[in-house]
Design a protein around this ligand. Structure first.
Ligand SMILES: *Cc1c(COP(=O)(O)O)cnc(C)c1O
Length: 402
């Protein structure tokens, strides 16, 4: 393996990524065309609201939503979405966030939709109201949350409903949207990792979502610090008002009118809660170019490529004594078929945990998926593996397991 990457030069061991688009090891491989666009953008200037307005048009076209916005990640999109749902077009409310005294600030969520990313909603000032039970996942009952429970949880303090989109989430998004809309409450959907398929750009808006959030640094392979928000015009405008740099002389303040209606706002908002997650001209240029490439890609070809890599790795590792491999191709949890590698510690040189730890301590470090260690297995995701890394990864796993 190439021992002299930029990371070694800077004093940090580089990583071979066999675990997919994980933020802690750098997410995805940004598209070269996006890097080029960022480099070009870095050398001249643009009014950011103009570039956000252009992004808005493109995102709207792609998703069928009214408007769109680029944030500094999907988590930042959730944060700004919550801020928009709470503050709306009220300048005073924007100024007081994350203090929500006197404002409707509750975000209703099914208990089984809660994740660590909830911090993004709560940082804006929201309080999360849990609904339903976890019975189905625990095996203590057949149902988790009922539509009537959601209905009952919505009240005058409700600012929004939160929803995380996975293949298996319930109740269905359209059911949740119908209930929320009956109460004039917007639905914010975390679809950060739900691409591909590109049909998902439209799917959640079609189901009635008011804001949908995708990560720009996962399968889109844009800059790591980008996210895409699509949704209702007034909410996107509130996001813009709370995110764009607002330290401006009011008399000559004319941000892109598609995103900021200064007259309707009744003044220039101060630097809002979004100011600490700014998006640069480089990131905006990078994500827009990456988006075009992502859309143009042949999804089936990509899926076939990933399946092929996983099959190859599965076959090769399956020959090692004490190792059993499977490649479930109907996986509901990942867009690319992963190899599940089960390690029998009685036969192999160590347990799955030993192998995973050993791989991470090498130089370059090798990261495989560690979410199934408790069942004696690790996983390999083909999405971020380069062709010339595949045999090396197989060889290193063999070295640790025998
Ligand atoms: C990755 C992810 C996020 C965060 O996305 P970033 O673009 O890294 O901020 C949020 N929610 C879910 C479900 C994710 O998978």
């Amino acid at each position: 393996m190439d021992a002299d990457t930029i990371y070694e030069e800077l004093g940090a061991p580089s990583v071979i990524n066999a675990t997919g688009t994980k933020t802690r090891i750098g997410g995805s491989r940004i598209r070269p065309a996006a890097v080029e666009a960022m480099s070009e953008a870095s050398q001249s200037f643009v009014r950011l609201s103009d570039l956000q307005a252009a992004a808005s048009d493109r995102i709207a076209e792609l998703t069928g939503a009214d408007k769109g916005y680029v944030t500094s990640g999907a988590a930042a999109g959730m944060y700004l979405g919550a801020a928009a749902a709470i503050a709306g077009d009220d300048l005073a409310a924007m100024a007081s966030l994350p203090d929500t005294e006197g404002l409707a600030d509750e975000i209703v969520m099914s208990r089984t939709h809660r994740t660590g990313y909830d911090h993004a909603l709560r940082s804006a000032g929201a309080t999360i109201v849990d609904v339903g039970s976890n019975d189905r996942h625990l095996g203590t009952g057949s149902r988790n949350v009922e539509p009537w429970e959601i209905k009952r949880a919505i009240g005058e303090n409700t600012a929004a409903m939160g929803y995380i989109q996975k293949e298996y989430t319930e109740p269905d998004l359209d059911v949740v949207c119908e209930i929320a809309h009956d109460h004039d409450v917007p639905v914010i959907v975390d679809a950060a990792a739900e691409l591909p398929p590109t049909t998902n750009f439209e799917r959640f808006i079609d189901a009635g979502a008011d804001l949908v959030i995708f990560s720009g640094g996962k399968a889109i392979r844009g800059p790591q610090t980008t996210g895409i928000v699509a949704g209702r015009g007034d909410l996107i405008e509130s996001i813009a008002a709370q995110h764009l740099d607002m330290h401006a002389a009011e008399a000559v303040y004319e941000p892109a009118p598609e995103l900021v209606d200064v007259e309707a706002l009744g003044g220039v908002p101060r630097q809002g809660v979004g100011r600490q997650c700014k998006v640069g001209k480089e990131e905006l240029a990078g994500i827009l170019v990456a988006l075009e490439e992502f859309i143009a890609e042949d999804q089936d070809e990509k899926a076939a490529e990933w399946t092929d890599i996983s099959m190859r790795i599965g076959d090769a590792l399956g020959e090692i004594e004490g190792i059993d491999t499977r490649v479930p191709t109907d996986s509901a949890v990942s867009v690319a078929p992963e190899v599940i590698v089960s390690v029998d510690p009685e036969v192999a040189a160590g347990s799955a945990t030993d192998v995973v730890r050993g791989l991470r301590q090498e130089e370059p470090r090798i990261f495989v998926g560690a979410d199934s260690l408790e069942s004696g297995a690790f996983t390999i995701n083909p999405m971020c593996l380069a062709e010339d890394e595949i045999d090396y990864v197989i060889q290193r796993i063999r070295a640790h397991a025998t």
